[in-house]
Ligand binder design. Structure first.
Ligand code: SAM
Ligand code: SF4
Length: 374
């Protein structure tokens, strides 16, 4: 297949997803990077990721922090730890934070998030326009009143992945009970929009049972939902989960990685203005994964600011490969991401593009896609 043959309807997307030709894949990624520069600019926006807790009431069959995984050591960050992480993000001029965690809706947890959102808004920043930190929440399905309470407290973006837009596949990767219903997930996404959030969504890529048509439908779902931001990434197995233990086959690491980049590139062509995250799950499959995600058309990067001890317990999947050193001489810090004097680790090897101005780091900027579209 040639790039000039690509059409962005369902059949065209399926053909592109199925095409294994490395020449086509490289041309597609380059075209997506060009479209990103033209419509979303050179900036890569930073969101400091705070993994607040791995306690979850749900039991998604693919997730390492699912309720019934007794091998998972549970933690919950204290208010002080969350505020210290957000302060660190502000000092590093990330301008925004994402609070993500297992799904809980007990009153104490709901109040805690409200309290923390209000407190984070008080943290001093030197962001563009004197703005406080932008806050994205990613805390699963909640009653609409809870979404409203958190929005009123100051959160303005919410990330809730649909996981897959195919209801049948959704059922295969979730328990069959009232807590895990595709229709409820959709309703929650609509609630988020109605409350006023910039509602982001996404799906896993390379799941067992998933077809090229499912992936094409995921892309078309994002377009129909008119999502201003998408966070999608490769499925990575966790040995303690029923999905891995079932032995159901899924694409190889290399195939999932190539698919992950391809989905970013196709989405950039479909929705040129939106924010697309370069997911941590890419980095698990390739040490330069998130950089290559940026070069394939993504424009959001989420440095992890969770204290390292707890970060290791947020094991949706095996993340050991993320603990690597910054390659700059004299900088010996280890960990998922840090800012060193010379770079935004792990972006050091974007070198050439950082130097020629094709990639700039959006320090101090919220970087909302809706603003770009106005
Ligand atoms: N609990 C919230 C939720 O599910 O929306 C937010 C946290 S949850 C850990 C964030 C995302 O992790 C999920 O939406 C899911 O797509 C992803 N995830 C979980 N297990 C995964 C796996 N084995 N491989 C890749 N992504 C995974
Ligand atoms: Fe809980 Fe989210 Fe994992 Fe599902 S994906 S088990 S809701 S943390």
């Amino acid at each position: 297949m040639k790039l000039s043959d690509l059409t962005l309807d369902r059949d065209g997307l399926i053909a592109a997803i199925e095409c294994a030709d490395p020449v086509f894949n490289e041309a597609l990624r380059q075209e997506a990077f060009r479209v990103k520069l033209a419509h979303a600019g050179t900036d890569v926006y930073l969101r400091g990721l705070i993994e607040i807790s791995n306690i979850c009431r749900k039991n998604c069959l693919y997730c390492g922090i699912r309720r019934d995984n007794s091998a998972c050591a549970r933690y919950e960050l204290s208010d002080e730890e969350v505020l210290a992480a957000a302060t660190r993000a502000a000092r590093q001029r990330y301008a925004s934070v994402v609070i993500q965690g297992g799904e809980r809706s007990d009153a104490a947890f709901v109040r805690k998030i409200t309290r923390l959102v209000k407190a984070i808004k008080q943290i001093e920043t030197d962001s563009e326009g004197g703005r406080p930190l932008g806050i994205t929440l990613s805390l699963g399905e909640q009653p609409r009143e809870v979404y409203e309470e958190w929005f009123d407290a100051g959160a303005h973006r919410y990330l809730l992945r649909i996981e897959t837009s195919n209801p049948e596949l959704y059922r295969r990767i979730h328990p069959q009970d009232a807590l895990h219903r595709f229709e409820r997930r959709l309703e929650a996404l609509q609630d988020l929009k109605a409350v006023g959030y910039q509602a982001g969504t996404g799906a896993m890529i390379g799941l067992p049972y998933q077809t090229a048509a499912d992936l094409a439908d995921d892309l078309l779902f994002y377009k129909r939902f008119d999502a201003p931001m998408i966070g999608m990434g490769p499925y990575n197995p966790n040995d303690e989960t029923p999905l891995t233990r079932s032995g159901a086959p899924y694409p190889s690491d290399e195939e999932r990685f190539v698919l992950g980049l391809k989905m970013i590139a196709l989405l950039r062509l479909l929705m040129p203005h939106i924010n697309i995250a370069s997911a941590t799950a890419l980095e698990v499959l390739n040490p330069r994964g998130r950089e290559l995600g940026i070069l394939a058309g993504a424009n959001v990067f989420m440095p992890n600011v969770t204290p390292e001890e707890q970060m290791a317990k947020y094991n949706l999947y095996d993340r050991k490969t993320l603990l690597r050193d910054c390659p700059h001489p004299g900088e010996s810090h280890k960990g998922e991401n840090h800012i060193c004097k010379n770079c935004v680790f792990p972006f050091c090897s974007l070198g050439e593009n950082l130097q020629n101005g094709k990639i700039t780091i959006g320090f101090g900027k919220w970087g909302d896609a809706v603003e770009r579209q106005r």
